[in-house]
Design a protein around this ligand. Structure first.
Ligand code: NAD
Ligand code: WQD
Length: 344
């Protein structure tokens, strides 16, 4: 059944891919984003990929902390659910600007939730992160694994927002809340039209690799090769962003079925080391990626990968793409859009 969804942060990396999958699955999407870390061009391209006109997706350039604008949007349109991506996400920056992160992510979400409930929209999918597990006691990580201590304010915003949503749902069972804990999203739409558009020096592994491959940066720094992992470099559960986007479409069903509170890991269940990713990328692109071993990055853990079987059991969702496709599509996007969507 067709649902009308408000997508906050819908011009961003994961949001833009999700908008395409929502429309392709027959849903209607409206997007709200303040463009603090994205470009409206992503939405135009998403619309075209979904067979619409470039301006075929209603867009509100607005901040989730702006109650008046949110009131206006919810007064004019009834939404079946909100998919809430909007938030700041740079781990390092969050340690330098904690207030800005708490204000943007927590005040913003509290404002959004209040306006939603005032308008009787009590269905939400929230972008959470594997970071809420902290340094996991064991891998693979299931949803029953206790949450851990985060190493940075960004992570705490996710952990705290999970708690806030959990408490709100408990107090008012009319709410349906799906917490999706993403592992490490990489890749891009196979068309090469939309992808990740990092601002400045990339913090994450794959965008750094693609910028080395295209000649923007001389070499990759590998943050530590003395971890307790097979080759000593950090192991993560990378997931193709299109698989991740489809996970949101599947989660809408849970909302519709009145799931109450539901938590799912979205990952592949397979961990790869930094060097495995580098070598897979070299194979997929045919380009050598020079790298140098550097000291460990503060706050990093050795190994993190999911047990994604709950999402398969309950949502019928399972990642389809492997590391090869993730590398191929990341490279395809970078090669076709050396400047991303342009400067932000
Ligand atoms: P992104 O930065 O590309 O997208 C986030 C979007 O939110 C951006 O378009 C930004 O402009 C917008 N935004 C930020 N603050 C806003 C505000 N106050 N009002 C309105 N819009 C605002 O990031 P992404 O990688 O697409 O991540 C989407 C969500 O998933 C985020 O909440 C992020 O924390 C979460 N997440 C991301 C990852 C990852 O590795 N990319 C992993 C786990 C969780
Ligand atoms: C992956 C691996 C690095 C860059 C982060 C956030 C997490 C979530 C996803 C939002 C690690 C190594 C990296 C580089 C390297 N984001 N690396 N050289 O740290 O697993 O997760 O993004 O929610 O909250 O913490 O991802 O891509 O930064 O790192 O060697 O230049 O690559 O040490 O082992 P991470 P990442």
């Amino acid at each position: 059944m067709k649902m009308r969804i408000l997508v906050t942060g819908g011009t961003g990396f994961i949001g833009s891919h999700t908008v395409v999958e929502l429309l392709c699955a027959g849903h209607e999407a409206e997007v709200l984003d303040n463009l603090s870390n994205s470009s409206e061009e992503a939405l135009r391209r998403a619309a075209l990929l979904a067979g619409r006109d470039a301006d075929g997706i209603p867009f509100h350039r607005a901040d989730i902390r702006d109650r008046a604008v949110l009131e206006q949007i919810f007064s004019h349109q009834r939404f079946d659910a909100v998919i809430h991506f909007a938030g700041l996400k740079a781990v390092g920056e969050s340690t330098e600007k904690p207030w800005e992160y708490y204000d943007n992510n927590i005040t913003g979400t509290l404002t959004l939730l209040d306006v939603m409930r005032r308008h009787g929209c009590k269905n939400i999918i929230f972008s959470s992160s594997a970071t809420v597990y902290g340094d996991p006691a064991e891998v693979p990580i299931t949803e029953n694994c206790p949450k851990g201590s985060c190493t940075n304010p960004y992570g705490w915003t996710k952990s705290m927002l999970e708690q806030i949503l959990t408490d709100m749902q408990k107090a008012d069972p009319e709410w349906n809340v799906v917490l999706l804990r993403y592992f490490n999203p990489i890749g891009a739409h196979p068309s090469g039209r939309i992808g990740e558009n990092p601002n400045g020096i990339p913090n994450n592994l794959m965008p750094y690799i693609t910028q080395v491959a295209i000649g923007k940066r001389p070499e990759l720094g590998v943050f530590g090769n003395d971890y307790d992992t097979p080759d000593g470099t950090g192991v993560r559960d990378y997931i193709h962003v299109v698989d991740l986007a489809k996970g949101h479409v599947s989660a809408l069903e849970a909302l519709r079925n009145g799931c109450g509170l539901a938590v799912y890991n979205l990952g592949t269940g397979r961990g790869y080391s930094v060097l495995e990713v580098v070598h897979a990328f070299e194979k997929a692109s045919g380009i050598k990626v020079p790298y140098a071993i550097k000291p460990r990055r503060s706050g990093d853990i050795a190994c993190c990968y999911s047990d994604p079987s709950k999402a398969e059991r309950e949502l019928g969702w399972k990642a389809q793409y492997g590391l090869e496709e993730m590398c191929r599509d990341s490279w395809n996007w970078q090669r076709n859009n050396p400047e991303g969507y342009g400067e932000l």
